[in-house]
Design a protein around this ligand. Structure first.
Ligand SMILES: [Zn+2]
Length: 411
């Protein structure tokens, strides 16, 4: 094959192949490239200005995309330039995005593969270590994040994710209109959200926020009231139903300890069934729950109350919503379901924020989708101790919608 044919297949703009070497046994291909005659524009990698003075010529090796079975290495001839501002610097080459031993398009391929597969699998596919794959993926995501426009934040979601006993909680702020997470903070205190509102946003950006979907969790409310007083708080269905599920679980636990013998056996292991909505259960699961209900009326009542609370958000007029809530609370009378009575009191204490659902239109299901995506990412890879990486990953996921985890369990 002639040099011009090698050059065409390699397809590095501005560069030509002047030497090649194939090792058939090892299945490797090495290509030596240098600038084409017309390509003399040199840029300083420090400041980006055009430079004419060359200080030195040297070579760098990077891994490029494979050619069929052949692993390809490109040896590129590079210049060190004499920049009037930065001194001696390497030239800027678009095909070499970082100091790592990979070409731009190789990193793109690895980053793209990481969008739909676990790091472990991508590492095997490309013959790289897992830490190298993560480093490439992180650079790939950072380049993507730098090059894009960030939409304004008008409706925000604030949610928390439980990370486990040691790390406790992660506060997640998301843009409800784009469905993308914007920021992660450790813990779930007022100071946590303060940090986002105070340091990440300008006064102008804060003034643009119209609504926030949050949990009925006091610290968040206090922070929002301080920093974005004009913002309308909405205690959304997702967060309220989480409390409803907790109340049902509490009833179940109490009944488990109160009853002995056969009834206890029946209650055991039904936790997830009780958290799942009736419409999402198959016939077998429905029968299991019915058996439980036949024996324990209280658990049944708690489950039915949770199911009917879900319909509160079918109403779009606040008067109707309020009436429905009132009749729901009335049904609790004489039932001796303490956890649900507590829930009812909580709903009454946060009534304005619940009714705000009727006053401000916010897209539904975004908070739980963001939450679900982050949890799915964390389950998939254990390399997310680096929160920056996790955030970029979740943002990319939201932007490309490669995978939108369907939400069923808690609502
Ligand atoms: Zn410079």
């Amino acid at each position: 094959m002639s040099e011009s044919e090698w050059t065409k297949i390699l397809g590095w703009p501005g560069y030509r192949v002047y030497r090649s070497e194939i090792q058939e046994e090892a299945k490797t291909l090495r290509l030596w490239v240098r600038r084409k005659r017309g390509n003399r524009r040199l840029e300083c990698s420090g400041c980006g200005q055009r430079i004419s003075k060359v200080a030195e010529i040297y070579e760098r090796e990077v891994r490029d995309l494979p050619w069929s079975e052949y692993r390809t290495t490109v040896v590129i001839e590079l210049y060190r330039v004499r920049c009037p501002d930065c001194g001696i610097k390497t030239e800027k080459v678009p095909q070499l995005p970082s100091k790592a031993r990979f070409s731009q398009r190789f990193e793109e391929a690895v980053g793209l593969a990481c969008e739909s597969a676990a790091v472990r699998r991508v590492a095997r596919q490309f013959g790289l270590s897992r830490s190298t794959v993560r480093a490439i993926d992180l650079r790939y995501l950072r380049r993507w994040a730098e090059g894009r426009r960030k939409p304004a934040l008008r409706q925000m979601g604030v949610d928390e994710i439980y990370l486990g006993k040691k790390q406790k909680f992660l506060t997640v702020v998301s843009n409800l209109e784009t469905g993308e997470p914007l920021w992660f903070g450790r813990e779930r205190k007022k100071e946590t959200l303060d940090e986002f509102l105070e340091e990440q946003l300008s006064a102008f950006q804060r003034s643009a926020i119209r609504a926030a979907c949050v949990d009925m969790h006091r610290p968040y409310r206090l922070s929002l009231e301080q920093w974005v007083p004009q913002c309308r708080l909405i205690y959304d269905k997702f967060h309220v139903m989480q409390h409803a599920n907790e109340a049902v679980s509490e009833v179940r636990r109490a009944e488990f300890f109160r009853k002995g013998g056969a009834a206890r056996e029946l209650i055991k292991g039904k936790h997830w069934l009780l958290l799942t909505r009736w419409v999402h259960l198959n016939t077998h699961k429905k029968r299991q729950l019915n058996q439980l209900f036949a024996l324990n009326r209280r658990v049944m009542k708690a489950y039915l109350m949770k199911e009917s609370l879900d319909r509160l958000w079918n109403y779009t007029y606040e008067g109707a919503m309020l009436r429905y809530l009132q009749s729901w609370i009335d049904q609790l009378r004489w039932q001796r379901l303490k956890p649900l009575e507590k829930l009812a009191q909580m709903l009454l204490n946060h009534l304005e924020g619940i009714l705000n659902y009727c006053r401000t239109k916010v897209p539904l299901g975004v908070v739980e989708a963001v939450n679900g995506n982050i949890k799915a990412l964390m389950r998939r890879g254990r390399g997310y101790r680096d929160l920056d990486y996790l955030l970029l990953k979740a943002q990319r996921l939201a932007a490309t919608k490669t995978q939108f985890v369907a939400f069923q369990k808690a609502a």
